[in-house]
Design a protein around this ligand. Structure first.
Ligand SMILES: [Fe+2]
Ligand SMILES: [Fe+2]
Length: 188
């Protein structure tokens, strides 16, 4: 199963993105050990999280239409945001993965969302701290990931927001909801 997925994925992604997917798998497995999650499912979600990443903006918009994804204004302006939702459907229809946890983890791995499950959070954070990432502050988040998982998520979300704000890009509402939810569940 995993080997088949890897083989197909290799054909869909650039080498750099394929390596990133393997790196996300590795760190997701490390993170997943600390929680009651199905590690086989974590493997699949990690491997497939960016399966739509090599699609062009037009291809993402076309696929979103094909799959009946409702594209919001922000996604229209920044179609790369659709690689999560479209990737979730590709996993379902092209890889035959029917599992809902995997679907949602892939769907929301870029924006986050409120009420994320631990499964979704592991994929989100693993994507953020995979070994190929080298943005400022990544080391701190990597460390935090094993000391204080929730705080590491908040730092990741903040880092995404800073990135978006510094580039004057619109913030996706799901990311705001994700951050508020993280703060509130942390008692802030
Ligand atoms: Fe991604
Ligand atoms: Fe990724």
């Amino acid at each position: 199963m995993i080997d088949k997925i890897k083989q197909k994925l290799k054909e869909m992604l650039s080498e750099k993105r394929y390596i990133h997917s393997i790196n996300v798998l590795d760190v997701a497995m490390e993170l997943g050990k600390n929680f009651a999650v199905d590690l086989e499912k974590i493997k699949i979600a990690a491997l497939l999280h960016d399966c739509a990443k090599n699609l062009s903006d037009d291809e993402l918009l076309n696929k979103a239409h094909e799959y009946g994804i409702i594209v919001d204004e922000i996604q229209k302006r920044q179609p790369f945001l659709l690689h999560g939702p479209v990737g979730a459907y590709i996993s379902k229809f092209e890889f035959g993965i029917e599992d809902k946890d995997i679907f949602n983890a892939i769907y929301y791995h870029t924006t986050g969302r409120k009420d994320m499950t631990i499964f979704e959070e592991i994929i989100y954070l693993a994507d953020f701290i995979s070994i190929d990432r080298n943005f400022e502050g990544v080391e701190e988040i990597r460390k935090k990931a094993y000391e204080n998982f929730e705080e590491a998520l908040l730092l990741s979300c903040n880092s995404t927001l800073n990135y978006v704000i510094n580039r004057n890009l619109p913030i996706h509402p799901l990311t705001i909801e994700f951050r508020n939810w993280l703060l509130m569940k942390g008692g802030k």
